[in-house]
Design a protein around this ligand. Structure first.
Ligand SMILES: Cc1cc2nc3c(=O)[nH]c(=O)nc-3n(C[C@H](O)[C@H](O)[C@H](O)COP(=O)(O)OP(=O)(O)OC[C@H]3O[C@@H](n4cnc5c(N)ncnc54)[C@H](O)[C@@H]3O)c2cc1C
Length: 631
């Protein structure tokens, strides 16, 4: 034995020096590991160095006039014949990120993948649109999980799915500001900033509160990671086959019950001692991210969403559809086909097994061994399957699912569709930043009592102050915006929840021709949303060159939903706990599998995870083959 090894071991046991050195090395490497992912590699200042304009899709090599990027290939006689010929192994209905993740991972493994999407581009909530020289996104304003850093495992998953085609821009720090405008607040107007460094958020917040309230804030932040860890069993059980889920799954998910089957308000009050209504209001400022009041939402959903931005928030370079384009290109390169303008009318079930899908346009039937649905539980079980096909599906689940009234974001929520939103798309004649709109989201509320704000709003049929408005600028977040749309341009969006029933009477009218009364009603809402924008960013006044309002009816049309809902099923205890079995990858119909936000929670990264779960359930080797990429 060398002299050096004698310094560290004696009689095959470590010497005190050995213990100190081993401990220090372990401590140092832990420190490096913990520190590294928290140092984002990308920010606005270094953008130009880091980004060349990434092509999310391969170029049209032969300049063929028929060429379409793979997320925009339409359903036609020619393409449907192609779909028929390929004899797909799996057909995926809908093309949100849950679908594209499933499709990308399976295609990379050699499966023949066919994806059918009703809209004119793939991506679901990730789609973007251009109007009058501005680009707007719809369902992605920010993503956490440290995706800007190559150390992040979430980033690695995105890279696997998109073939590494997507880079990420870092939002400003703070990434979110909760702005209380004070109309109904005794303590007056105030703004609270949320930073990637949660310690800083906690410190700044505590400095504004009493000592007792400060303790409640600390207890909240301390509990976040623990809650997320406790959700693991719930996720694992969702991947299990039905027989295993109803036996072993019950054991695995025991730790999850205490965080999923309890409301946000109850958990904060009883387990975390948050008795101050102000602290409760501030720490639930982002309930709009999952669209349900804290008094009825599942605590685990609130915690996982809140915890997602530890380390800051990010936005895809090139806009949210860059993610869809990247994933579609991977699927295309691996022999898969994504067809848009392809509404599926029904899932074909023969002998109790799902064997194919029937197309609405021409009644064509495509067959495959496995059918995956990314269109949500309501569309799948209530619209695409006949009543005889769902005879073996849990009766109480189906009965609860038929609850048709809008979720109301309150105690009526149960299994209702999630909230309906207005989305005001605004084009500016100058970069948003130059008008004082940063790459930070603003959540604007009239008081910290969200429940009271909402009840007043509902009771007065929307005539009172908006209970919450979300303001974000995609042009400020996306470093490629100026390069793509020119110097003197910026865009901002203002979102707010509304009741679907206020819009229902126009639901059967044609898009873009719903009548004068509809246009007048839109004008009324535009003014309400603009008021919030000007309250927070007064310099925008006089710089608006384009404006259009997306209503819940627009969501029906573009997202393929029926109540203007934006997050699938509402995030109540019924959805998250009572009906967790029915909202799993394996359904009670052999051959039919689920993916997408209803499996997990709302959120782009949740949709990505749902795709990984679906693939894990139907093709285990695919996941194993990618493990090295995820570590
Ligand atoms: C306004 C808004 C803002 C959001 N902001 C954020 C955010 O900032 N950060 C974040 O992480 N998440 C955000 N989300 C949530 C996130 O975008 C979604 O949770 C996620 O993208 C859902 O993915 P999915 O796979 O479930 O499918 P979806 O994106 O819901 O896609 C389902 C697809 O199925 C199609 N379809 C429906 N019926 C049929 C049919 N019969 N035949 C064929 N196709 C059909 C639809 O057209 C749609 O394209 C937001 C969502 C919205 C709407």
């Amino acid at each position: 034995m060398s002299v050096i090894s004698k310094l560290f071991t004696s009689d095959k046991k470590p010497t005190p020096l050995g213990l100190v050195v081993a401990g220090s090395l372990l401590g140092l490497s832990t420190l490096l590991w913990v520190k590294a992912p928290r140092t984002p590699i990308l920010s606005a200042e270094v953008a130009e160095e880091h980004f060349k304009h990434l092509s999310h899709t391969e170029p049209n090599e032969g300049n063929s006039p028929d060429w379409k990027p793979p997320h925009r290939v339409r359903y036609s006689k020619k393409t449907s014949a192609q779909a028929e010929e390929m004899k797909p192994d799996v057909i995926i209905v809908g093309s949100g990120l849950g679908s594209l993740t499933t499709g990308s991972l399976l295609a990379q493994r050699g499966w023949k993948v066919l994806i059918l999407e009703q809209h004119d581009q793939a991506g679901g909530c990730l789609h973007t649109f251009e109007e009058k020289g501005y680009e707007f996104d719809v369902g992605l304003h920010y993503i956490g999980g440290m995706v800007g850093s190559r150390w992040s495992s979430l980033r690695k998953m995105y890279d696997v799915v998109t073939g590494g085609r997507v880079e990420w821009c870092k939002l400003d720090d703070p990434y979110d500001s909760a702005v209380c405008t004070g109309e109904y607040e005794e303590s007056g107007a105030d703004s609270i900033h949320f930073y990637g460094d949660y310690k800083r958020t906690e410190k700044e917040l505590k400095a504004k509160l009493t000592k007792e309230e400060g303790k409640q804030v600390s207890s909240f932040f301390f509990s976040l990671n623990f809650t997320v860890v406790r959700m693991a069993g719930w996720l694992v059980a969702k991947v299990m086959p039905i027989w295993l889920r109803r036996s072993v799954g019950r054991l695995v998910e025991i730790p999850s019950a205490g965080v999923l089957n309890v409301t946000t308000t109850d958990y904060m009050k009883n387990a975390l001692g948050v008795t101050s209504s102000k602290v409760h209001g501030i720490l639930t400022y982002l309930f709009g991210d999952y669209g349900l009041m804290p008094s009825v939402s599942s605590w685990a959903v609130h915690a996982v969403v809140f915890n997602h931005w530890r380390g800051g928030a990010f936005y895809p370079y090139g806009g949210s559809s860059a993610l869809a384009m990247g994933a579609c290109e991977v699927i295309r390169q691996n022999g898969g086909l994504i067809l848009v303008n392809s509404r599926v009318k029904s899932i074909v079930v023969e002998g109790g097994k799902a064997v194919g899908v029937e197309m609405e346009k021409d009644g064509n039937i495509f067959r495959a061994n496995k059918i995956v649905s990314d269109v949500g539980a309501r569309n799948t079980f209530l619209r695409l399957l006949k009543s005889e096909d769902i005879a073996n599906v849990d009766k109480s689940f189906i009965s609860d699912l038929t609850q048709d009234e809008q979720g109301d974001l309150d105690e009526h929520a149960r299994m209702a569709p999630s909230c309906a939103l207005l989305n005001l798309f605004i084009g500016l004649d100058a970069p948003a930043e130059s008008l004082g709109v940063p790459a930070t989201n603003a959540w604007v509320v009239p008081s910290w009592d969200h429940e009271k704000n909402l009840q007043k709003f509902w009771a007065e049929d929307g005539e009172s102050e908006l209970p919450v408005a979300f303001i974000g600028s995609n042009s400020a977040k996306d470093f490629s915006y100026e390069k793509r749309f020119g110097k003197n341009r910026g865009s901002v969006m203002v979102l707010a929840p509304v009741e679907y029933k206020w819009f229902k009477k126009w639901e059967n009218n044609r898009v873009h021709a719903r009548g004068e009364d509809y246009d007048a009603m839109k004008k009324h809402w535009e003014e309400k949303l603009l008021k919030k924008l000007y309250q927070v960013y007064p310099n925008v006044k006089g710089h608006i060159t384009y404006m259009d309002l997306g209503t819940p009816l627009s969501n029906n049309y573009y997202l393929g939903v029926n109540h203007g809902e934006v997050y699938g099923l509402t995030h109540s205890l019924d959805r998250c706990w009572k009906h967790r079995d029915a909202l799993s990858v394996h359904t009670d119909i052999p051959g039919l599998y689920m993916t997408g936000q209803d499996l997990m929670t709302a959120g782009v990264s949740a949709a990505l995870m749902s795709g990984v779960m679906t693939v894990a359930a139907i093709s285990k080797p695919v996941l194993v083959s990618h493990v090295h990429n995820l570590l």
